[in-house]
Design a binder for this molecule. Structure first.
Ligand SMILES: NC(=O)c1ccc[n+]([C@@H]2O[C@H](COP(=O)([O-])OP(=O)(O)OC[C@H]3O[C@@H](n4cnc5c(N)ncnc54)[C@H](O)[C@@H]3O)[C@@H](O)[C@H]2O)c1
Ligand SMILES: N[C@@H](CCC=O)C(=O)O
Length: 515
């Protein structure tokens, strides 16, 4: 008997005991900084001469840790280990598989502050953002564990006299899990947990900027007693081992979350049938966004500004769900720009481990330079109303930036910047605002601030995004509550954290016996 599912509560850091627990966790992490982590293949720990070094984006002089780096030989070894583990794991009772997740969740809950502290130091997440990432990882394991108990019952079929019929779910095989760095615990955990609880075995290739938190997750799974080879931890270059694994004839599915460019490449590679391959590979690809918040002339302007601010600048705008376009009806445009710019100018940017900071660094030098380039593009395409440059030395700090007077087709209004930058676009009326919102190749999240029921209903029908919100921010989907995934170039709309998600990792077998 499992207790009903409920979302993990967020931590209130204004309570002295929680603040102290987080400070203790950061101290613990500080003592472990610089440590080395091996690959884990079929339970065997393997070190390599080649390394991936993880740098603290708040302090680029500091090494968070270094991990072994797999080549294609080790990738092959990982496929073989996962195949071997699959031969038994596929027949383990689904309820038993769920229990491994419940145990791992219990362990993670006990060490919640510690995992959040690693996210602060390795990903540059502020305390609340790190806490939300850890809470979501907990939710994914709890939720998918319970979902598997439902799917275990099979699909309902129509009774036929003289036959005994059933339709039950079986796993697919060996999968490759390729996560992004921006939710390096939650998304990785969710993608891995769904696949294994459904009876598959996986190779987990973490993002190269956040491999240490993934090593911590691997250790947690081992502590939970997960059989060897069910999950294999394989950091390495995306271009080298990523391509090798995606093209491998024995790989049955790829569970990817990341950029449009890499997602499309994986989709194309996976579609080619390799010699010895006897299935069509399944690709789950969740990709980028260019998400919009529409503000109607009949709206609570202060609420709208708060929603845009939180969605555009939370975790430095590095969320696929981030608001990178605010589309405002002309009657309230100037008021929204002025209030948003004032709020952005008041933001404190600094080291993520400082609890007084609202915005930490962006992830790495490549992101830093790319965002700074977009700020220059934005300067030419619109009017910088706040921010527009670097925000300090020693780490990858960028000011929260508001670009006003941007045309809907401008590059900063069309391309995913993945940083703390929002383009504010003026619309003549609500219908035009909605048309501008839909005029993008992406379709992930969107939000509408309006007090006009007719306009809300129009948006409900016509705003073409996978996750639509009214009168609230467009980030922060909760597992079980807001199944997550987008349309068009935002991906395959897999609806992570939704009741259908596990079906992506299973196939249904109908069995009929004549009585
Ligand atoms: N839709 C969603 O649910 C969602 C969630 C989070 C992030 N994202 C998107 O992710 C992007 C940011 O993440 P990122 O910078 O890590 O993305 P990315 O595409 O650069 O990398 C994602 C992963 O792919 C790997 N990779 C790179 N080349 C590969 C290859 N040739 N074969 C296989 N794997 C390869 C990387 O090592 C990494 O683990 C943004 O576009 C963001 O919108 C989407
Ligand atoms: N699920 C997260 C976004 C994940 C992508 O970065 C949200 O809803 O904000």
């Amino acid at each position: 008997m499992v207790i009903p599912y409920a979302n993990e509560p967020f931590t209130n850091f204004t309570l002295p005991e929680n603040k102290k627990a987080m400070e203790d966790a950061l101290n613990l992490v500080a003592k472990q900084k610089g440590e080395q982590y091996p690959l884990v293949i079929g339970g065997e720990k393997i070190t390599t001469e080649a390394r991936i070094v993880s740098i603290n984006p708040s302090n680029t002089q500091e090494i968070v840790g270094s991990v072994a780096k797999a080549d294609t030989n080790l990738a092959e070894k990982a496929v073989q280990a996962a195949l071997k583990a699959f031969s038994t794991w596929q027949y383990v009772d689904p309820a038993e598989r769920s229990r491994y997740l419940f145990k791992a969740t219990a362990l993670l809950r006990r060490r919640k502050f510690e995992f959040s502290a690693w996210l602060v130091e390795e990903a540059g997440k502020t305390w609340p953002e790190a806490d939300a990432d850890t809470a979501e990882a907990i939710d994914f394991m709890e939720y998918y564990g319970r979902q598997m108990l439902q799917y275990q019952k099979g699909m309902a079929v129509t009774p036929l006299p003289g036959e005994q019929n059933e339709c039950h779910y079986i796993p697919l095989g060996v999968g490759v899990v390729i996560p992004p760095w921006n939710f390096p615990l939650a998304i990785l955990t969710g993608m891995m947990a769904a696949a294994i609880v459904a009876g598959n075995t996986v190779i987990m290739k973490p993002a190269s900027t956040t491999p240490v938190i993934a090593a911590k997750l691997m250790a947690l799974l081992e502590e939970a007693g997960l059989p060897k080879g069910v999950v294999n931890y394989l950091p390495g270059s995306g271009g080298v081992i990523g391509d090798y694994l995606v093209s491998h004839p024995k790989v049955r599915f790829i569970n990817f979350t990341g950029s449009k460019e890499v997602g499309l490449r994986i989709n194309k590679l996976a579609a080619e049938v390799a010699p010895g391959q006897k299935w069509i590979k399944r690709v789950i690809a969740e990709m980028g966004g260019k998400d919009a918040i529409v503000v109607d002339k009949e709206a609570d302007i202060d609420e709208a500004v708060s929603g845009i601010f939180a969605s555009a600048f939370g975790f430095q705008g590095q969320k696929c769900s981030a608001c990178s376009r605010a589309i405002v009806v002309k009657d309230v445009y100037n008021a929204v720009v002025a209030k948003l710019a004032a709020k952005a100018r008041a933001v404190q940017v600094g080291k993520a481990n400082d609890p007084s900071v609202f915005m930490g660094p962006v992830i790495d030098e490549t992101a830093y330079n790319k965002i700074l380039e977009y700020l220059e593009i934005g300067r030419a395409e619109g009017k910088i109303a706040a921010g527009g440059g670097k925000a300090g030395e020693g780490g990858y700090f960028i000011q929260p930036t508001v670009i006003a007077e941007v045309a809907p087709g401008a590059r900063v209004a069309q391309e995913e910047i993945f940083g703390p930058v929002v383009a504010v676009i003026k619309a003549d009326d609500f219908d035009q605002a909605l048309a501008i919102a839909n005029d993008t190749e992406y379709g992930l999240t969107g939000s509408v601030y309006s007090l006009n029921r007719e306009n809300l209903e129009k948006a409900r029908r016509e705003f073409f995004v996978g996750n639509l919100y009214f009168n609230r921010k467009c980030t922060g989907a909760l597992v079980g509550v807001h199944p997550f995934g987008g349309f068009n170039m935002s991906g395959t709309d897999s609806k992570a954290g939704g009741a259908d998600y596990l079906l992506l990792f299973m196939q249904a077998k109908a069995v009929s016996e004549k009585l």
